[in-house]
Design a protein. Structure first.
Length: 427
């Protein structure tokens, strides 16, 4: 049974054939694979995040209203969520390298079309295609990590791949804004497509075949779409949804709160976000190692409890000096973003390889849907004072804490039910 095929001699890890090239140790090959997948994540996360700070420039050049610009932002996540659901019908039927290369090629083409768009409609269509490809890419990336990396190292591996989110905040978004200021709003999309094209070529050259899931179906009908819609597996989607929903009630409005309520200037925000991104970049792999050492359930439970304090502290913070706001923001972002690592490691370990791609595609749809719905709900619950301050942010913090407590309950049910059914982490 061949899980990862290539040149040289092979050895088996978690039932998958891992090829050991003569010029690299298995550990070095695994690191190379993880950083390549992190590069894939980096490009599509930057693509998503970059559009929001480009808003003023796009609204001016394309004569967009705030509503039409909001449609550009939401088109990405809504398309990602929709394609995640559709992915349940086919995502595990193909070899994973081929699937990733196909989706990544679509993403690169769509990103180029963003840079070539001449109007709002063309840009909206390109953003929709980019989001549709990006959501499934994220599912395939986590599926590859889960297929290839043994369960005892999977948390750290997912943490490595997810450093892309922090790196995009530290490097990607500021660089994109700099390109836009220098050469116009099209430049970031063109440069990003070029970078993604280079990563695509590296994937083509160095990513081995990952096809063990095609021969590991537990039952003859494991390929049926209904096989992933079981009550036990659906609990994982519910857990992901609540964890993300609690976070995105607050995250989209942190910048406005810091400027309108805490006394920061717009020029202070890049430094605050840089500090938060740098801290998250350092903490991601540490959280992943803790998930491997203690188990993802324990680490996730600890983070759900630990985030309650900074959620309440930040949302009730009075006007404060920049260092104080930055310190609380770093604590908030480090713990809040870190929750995704054990969540992903846990849900990926509860599903067999033959269903993993499709299951994670729907899980990604749950995450995207939660982020979009939470941002919309947060906007409904907040109002803006004449001086620009956000009204209602404190109660929103309490709601986020309540949802984190709900996530704890779902985690207890999900993990306890798996234990009662005799489920163990899947290789």
């Amino acid at each position: 049974m061949s899980g990862i095929a290539g040149r040289g001699q092979g050895r088996r890890v978690s039932g998958f054939q891992v090829t050991v090239l003569s010029d690299a140790s298995p550990a070095a090959r695994e690191r190379t694979l993880l950083w390549l997948l992190a590069a894939v994540q980096f490009t599509h996360v930057v693509d998503f995040m970059m559009l929001m700070p480009l808003g003023p420039l796009l609204m001016q050049r394309l004569e967009l209203s705030a509503t039409r610009f909001g449609a550009l932002v939401s088109a990405y996540t809504l398309a990602s969520a929709a394609m995640g659901v559709l992915g349940v019908f086919w995502l595990d039927r193909l070899e994973r390298k081929r699937t990733l290369l196909m989706l990544y090629a679509g993403f690169i083409t769509a990103t180029l079309l963003c840079g070539a768009a001449t109007g709002a409609v063309g840009l909206l269509l390109a953003r929709t295609v980019a989001g549709a490809c990006a959501g499934l890419m994220g599912a395939v990336v986590i599926a590859i990590v889960s297929d290839v990396v043994p369960a005892e190292r999977r948390g750290q591996a997912i943490g490595t791949v997810m450093t892309a989110y922090a790196l995009s905040a530290v490097v990607g978004v500021p660089l994109g804004l700099g390109l836009a200021n220098q050469w116009g709003w099209r430049a970031p999309f063109v440069v990003l497509a070029g970078l993604a094209g280079l990563v695509w070529l590296l994937l083509l050259r160095f990513l081995p075949r990952v096809d063990g899931h095609l021969t590991r179906s537990a039952t003859p009908d494991a390929s049926a779409p209904s096989s992933v819609f079981t009550p036990r597996l659906a609990l994982g989607w519910g857990l992901t949804f609540t964890v993300v929903f609690a976070s995105f009630l607050l995250i989209p409005y942190l910048g406005a709160f810091m400027v309108g309520n805490l006394g920061l200037s717009l020029s202070d925000l890049p430094w605050v976000y840089l500090a938060g991104g740098a801290a998250t970049l350092v903490s991601s792999r540490w959280i992943g190692r803790m998930a491997d050492r203690l188990g993802p359930s324990r680490v996730l439970a600890g983070l759900l409890v630990a985030t309650m304090a900074p959620h309440l502290l930040f949302t009730h913070l009075p006007v404060s000096p920049l260092p104080v706001v930055a310190a609380v923001f770093v604590l908030f972002m480090t713990l809040t973003s870190g929750r995704a690592i054990p969540t992903m490691a846990l849900v990926a370990s509860r599903v067999p390889p033959s269903l993993r791609g499709r299951y994670l595609a729907v899980n990604m749809a749950a995450s995207d849907g939660a982020s979009g719905l939470a941002a919309w709900m947060g906007g409904l619950l907040l109002s803006t004072a004449p001086d620009g301050a956000l009204l209602g942010f404190g109660p929103l913090g309490w709601l986020a804490v309540a949802l984190s407590a709900l996530s704890l309950g779902l985690l207890w049910i999900f993990d306890g039910r798996a234990a009662r059914l005799g489920a163990t982490p899947t290789p």
